[in-house]
Design a protein around this ligand. Structure first.
Ligand code: LLP
Length: 463
């Protein structure tokens, strides 16, 4: 795979993935609603608009590159998850996908809870007024200081990830005179159908406590004995960008199996089960994600069925979608800087951002779509690769795409479905400044995370 070895040389990239993009799409100007946020369309002049504002105005007012986030779409998707799971379940938005104070407020207003996994995410959540009891604190190596802050703040749950952490959290809670609600994250031995770096419940990896070998049962035994802890449930997260529900089915089966063991051994029925996040979204027209109501129905049925057959009361279910809420709600707006045709290969289109604003292509071989958005074009399709401005040949944003052959410097192009894990994984590589996040809603654009400046860079560099 190109991520493990990226050979240099002029012809290193001349082979398209088999069966992929063998033919250009019928209409290069069309915008597939699967991959674009819901308020996106073209106006009478052919310019793409989102939230009632056209991209030329956005580029003029806020510069490029910029992440453009469709607030109505975000709220709709958050609400759809909330509604689908209903009052007997909890939806924790996974802040790692993208977190900002505006997003925290939207989530709060839409009735969602929040999963944070660092002191920084916790600080953002609390500073935007998310009630602490609606926050879950995650992470495989929380620092003592982070645990102390979370316990003091009164977070609704801490998800314990190791034997050491069981003792650490218990000790800290006790020394603060508190009893902390906790879940134990277990690895159920399921390998989700996804990139190996983001599958998390198979056993050979750093997260959670393995179910295998009785380790999870031992963790429960220890947690139940400690006065500083109130064990409320078991947590499992099997991976990310998953379309197939069968991994969740196996995970639920195994988690419920553990709940049964706990009941039989300790006479305790734990009241909660968290099945994590990981539901996939469409990055290209080939992807077919499920709707929240289908997912909710499937997960609820699986857990209910498993509990009935184990003669357990059905626990309260929670889920932690990140990508599935924010991913489709944003696109990255770039200006084309150079267009370089390489005879017989493809055309390299350089934009004013790159791997610093979207590392996913380089890191996971992720696929994206792209479109010319500042105008329509009738020109013939041109096999293209959208690349950034970084000093690295692996600096690719969209590996294989068709763009119109009259594409020229100054045109605006946009890459959809960049709401998740793009701004949150952005870097300053080559001292390139991280783009702003501009939220659009009913004809108004508002910067919710401002563009980084050279002063920001120099402020950290204390000489
Ligand atoms: N819950 C837990 C415990 C997690 O570790 C994660 C993601 C989620 C929920 C949310 O997963 P989602 O619904 O967003 O798939 N950087 C990678 C994804 C890493 C996911 C890490 N954990 C990517 O860009 O694809």
């Amino acid at each position: 795979m190109s991520r493990s070895a990226h050979p240099a040389g002029p012809r290193h990239a001349d082979v398209l993935p088999e069966g992929h993009y063998s033919a250009p799409p019928a209409d290069l100007n069309s915008l597939d609603p699967k991959v674009w946020s819901r308020t996106v369309s073209r106006d009478a002049l052919g310019v793409v608009t989102v939230g009632g504002i056209d991209v030329k105005t956005l580029a003029e007012d806020h510069g490029t590159p910029a992440y453009v986030l469709d607030e109505a779409d975000f709220r709709d998707r958050a609400r759809a998850w909330r509604t689908a799971f209903g009052a007997d379940a909890d939806v924790f938005y996974a802040g790692k996908a993208f977190l900002s104070r505006a997003v925290v407020r939207w989530l709060h207003e839409e009735g969602l809870n929040l999963d944070v996994c660092s002191g920084g995410e916790l600080a953002t959540a609390l500073s935007a007024g998310m009630p602490a009891d609606r926050i879950a604190f995650h992470g495989n190596n929380k620092s003592t200081e982070e645990i102390e802050r979370a316990v003091r703040a009164g977070v609704g749950r801490i998800v314990l990830d190791s034997f050491q952490e069981i003792v650490r959290v218990a000790h800290i809670a006790q020394s603060l005179g508190k009893r902390q609600r906790v879940q134990i994250r277990i690895t159920v031995g399921v390998e989700a159908h996804t990139h190996e770096f983001i599958a998390t419940a198979h056993e050979d990896q750093k997260f959670g406590i393995p179910l295998a070998g009785g380790q999870a049962a031992e963790a429960v035994r220890r947690a139940l004995k400690l006065d500083g802890l109130e064990l409320i449930g078991i947590h499992s997260h099997i991976g990310s960008q998953i379309f197939d529900m069968s991994g969740f089915e196996v995970a639920a089966h195994r988690v419920v199996g553990l709940l049964k063991e706990i009941r039989d051994e300790h006479g305790v029925e734990l009241p909660e089960i968290d099945l994590g996040g990981g539901l996939g979204i469409a990055y290209t027209s080939d992807d077919d994600p499920r709707e929240p109501h289908e997912i909710a129905k499937a997960l609820t049925e699986i857990v209910t069925r498993e509990c009935e057959s184990a003669r357990l009361r059905t626990p309260r279910i929670s889920v932690e979608p990140g990508r599935a809420i924010v991913g489709p709600t944003a696109f990255t707006l770039y200006e084309v800087g150079t267009v370089k045709p390489l005879d017989g290969l493809r055309t390299y289109v350089s934009v004013d951002g790159g791997m610093s604003d979207n590392i996913r292509t380089a890191l996971y071989d992720a696929e994206y779509s792209v479109a010319l958005v500042s105008r329509v074009s009738d020109a013939a399709p041109m096999l293209s690769r959208v690349v950034g401005k970084h000093c690295e040949s692996g600096d690719i944003v969209v590996k294989d795409a068709f763009l119109p052959s009259d594409l020229a410097p100054g045109d605006l192009i946009a890459v959809p479905a960049t709401g998740a894990y793009c701004r949150s994984m952005a870097s300053n590589y080559n001292h390139v400044l991280r783009p702003p996040v501009v939220a659009v809603h009913e004809g108004q654009a508002r910067v919710i995370v401002r563009r980084e400046t050279e002063d920001d860079l120099l402020r950290l560099d204390v000489g």
